[in-house]
Design a binder for this molecule. Structure first.
Ligand code: GLV
Ligand code: MN
Ligand code: MN
Length: 441
């Protein structure tokens, strides 16, 4: 099949999307390649602007467009057998504060370019091809990642989703407090029942997501493409440590129950147990790098230089390719937390946000991607995705795989995130040809 990707069009669109940002619209000229800092949080004016722009491109290319109740957008190219299971691709366009311009967007705009170039080449799919733009892959606003795909895959129930608290005020002092997802999505124009978002288990016959690697391995080993065989299982928690604080001069050391000192012990326990899990795995002959655990947010109350902290909130993000290993780290952490509570006279409340399963790619789709790489004479390797993706939550209802392209220095979630035009074009071409194969299977 002779498909030529219009990579100039794709690159221009990636840059156009990057300009829809809440970061000052200045190019960062200090960087080797001018890139734009991107903040595009779900259901903000910028996110809605990006959605409208994307939908106009998809309509212009002749695809039908629909939104579901949480704002996932489906852009469909009807196949000759419209009743057959769909072949899907896509990703997200929301971006965490001060992020880069390629995370998620390469999968959405690359997916659009893949479909458009197949159409331009005269290809006719048997199975319908759909491009999805998922709502809120990033956890910034509602505290949980992959909100739209969780609902599509039936991994989260509609009521608890609708009651998620809007946390925008934590990063934007002008944002109102006390809202829930239900109110925010309604205000953005998505008013249906969330229960209607879940897709039937046979909706997709195949699913492929194109994404930047977000790690350094492909670039370091000079490999052009990564074919994801499994996605590490993510979990996240929020802890509130309640102690006894007061005046930093007058509250004497024996009388304190400093919530921040207690939280500090817990943070170091997280690191210690993750390292120990890796060391045990290594001793068993495994890679010894599969457990990762991060405390990325600390909120100290009252947060004054001369006040002993009385309450601290921390977040925990923990991921592993093996759920049992993740559980063993959590068991050890829980024992340490009980010990900290006793020794320090504090109370630690745990809130589970999500504890997900790993995703495993389907051998048929992996084989289709590998065949296409060979046809394109592109070097490739099988790899683990240690970042989570919407594909995690499509996996329960569809055979899935992912295709990674390298990104400079493995950097992501930063304005200097960068993928070369050649890598983007190659990833898009391999995606297009693979979707074409899957759509006539
Ligand atoms: C996705 O953004 C992740 O944190 O893996
Ligand atoms: Mn991201
Ligand atoms: Mn992403």
């Amino acid at each position: 099949m002779n498909i030529s990707i219009n990579s100039d069009r794709l690159l221009a669109e990636l840059h156009e999307l990057a300009r829809i940002t809440d970061c000052p619209a200045t190019e960062e000229r200090s960087l080797p390649e001018p890139t734009q800092a991107v903040t595009r949080i779900v259901f903000t004016a910028r996110d809605l602007e990006a959605r409208a722009w994307l939908k106009s491109l998809a309509k212009g290319a002749g695809f039908s467009v629909r939104d579901d109740a949480v704002g996932n957008t489906f852009m469909r190219w009807e196949g000759t057998d419209p009743a057959a299971g769909v072949v899907g691709t896509g990703s997200h366009t929301d971006a965490i504060p001060h992020a880069g311009m390629y995370d998620g967007t390469v999968g959405v705009l690359g997916g659009l370019e893949a479909l458009r170039s197949l159409k331009d080449s005269g290809f006719q799919p048997k199975r319908s091809l759909e491009l999805l733009m998922f709502t809120s892959e990033e956890p910034t606003r509602f505290g949980i990642g992959c909100l739209g795909s969780r609902l599509l895959g039936g991994v989260m129930d509609a009521q608890s989703a609708d009651e998620l608290r809007d946390r925008l005020h934590e990063t934007d002092p002008n944002a109102p407090e006390g809202l829930m997802l239900r109110e925010v999505r309604h205000a953005a124009g998505f008013t249906g029942q969330l229960a209607s978002v879940k897709l039937p288990a046979n909706y997709f016959d195949a699913w492929v997501e194109l994404h930047i690697e977000q790690g350094p391995l492909l670039e370091r080993d000079k490999i052009q493409l990564g074919i994801v065989t499994n996605i590490a299982a993510p979990a996240s928690y929020r802890y509130t440590v309640e102690g006894f604080g007061g005046h930093a001069g007058a509250l004497l050391m024996p009388d304190r129950r400093d919530a921040l000192c207690a939280a500090a012990e817990i943070i170091l326990s997280v690191e210690r147990h993750a390292l120990a899990a890796n060391a045990r795995a290594k001793a068993e002959g495994l890679s010894g790098v599969d457990t990762v655990a991060t405390v990325g947010m600390v909120a100290v109350h009252p947060g004054a230089v001369n006040s002993v902290p009385s309450r601290v909130q921390i977040t925990l993000d923990i991921r592993d390719t093996e759920v049992s290993r993740r559980t063993s780290v959590m068991d050890a952490l829980h024992a340490d937390i009980r010990d900290v509570e006793q020794r320090r006279g504090v109370r630690v409340l745990e809130e589970l946000i999500n504890a997900d399963q790993p995703a495993h790619s389907d051998p048929r789709i992996v084989a289709a991607l590998e065949d296409t790489c060979r046809e394109e004479s592109a070097s490739f390797r099988r790899m683990v995705s240690r970042a989570y993706h919407d594909t995690n939550f499509i996996a329960p209802i569809a055979p899935v795989a992912m295709l990674f392209i390298p990104c400079r220095n493995g950097v992501s979630h930063r304005p200097d995130e960068y993928a070369t035009p050649e890598a983007i074009a190659l990833g898009t071409r391999v995606l297009a040809r693979t979707l074409a194969k899957l759509s006539i299977a």
